[in-house]
Design a binder for this molecule. Sequence first.
Ligand SMILES: [Zn+2]
Length: 244
Amino acid sequence: MNAAVEPAASFTTAGHCPVCAGPAEFVATGPWWRDSFGCTGCGSIPRERALMLTIDRWFPQWREAVIHESSPCHRSTSARLANECPGYIGSQFFEDFPDTPQVNGIRNENLERLSFPDASVDLHVTQDVFEHVLDPDVAFREIGRTLRPGGMHVFTVPLVNKHRPSVTRARVENGEIRNLLPPEYHGNPVGDGRALVVTDWGYDICKRIYQASGLFTHMLHIDDLHHGIRAEYIEILVTVKPTN
Ligand SMILES: [Zn+2]
């Protein structure tokens, strides 16, 4: 997107929605299209459509896969994957119950200590989760450990620092969270409803993933109005586990 041109606060276009999987109308209701450029059919937003389009293109056999999604939102792309893939597993992380496998019937998974066996998951999906993980290097390693050869981690995370280096905003010291910068929070579907932002990521995230897990990551920036994909911070990252 041309950064010099402010997105219109009111905009409508027709195209094809990757989440509805059909013809759709996309309507922007405010200038911050990342949150306001919705599909009138399914309510998806641009990063969700970019994620679904990428899964369709990079992992077209997803319906027959074992998919694990950490912190799904029960709508849009998460709902589509859950509805059409019998092997879909959604989990939340209940940090107050770290050793309880299920909380209120929901699978409890800590990305830093996944309960999945080695090489047992075809596709890990995370949507705007990795900015909140306390030790992302350990989590990237766990993703790599649990992926089957040929498997992928397809995910969104806001790369707010772009070309500037990633910045760690908080870390755990002696079992306590220490804020290195003034705390910032995003909404959280579980717990007290807010999630601390731990890392302001930049484009160097691919190098961090490689250093942590030995796996290469593709960074895709999709600007595709026909599929309703246009906004800030909607890069899709695809970490691939080689087949041999
Ligand atoms: Zn849609």
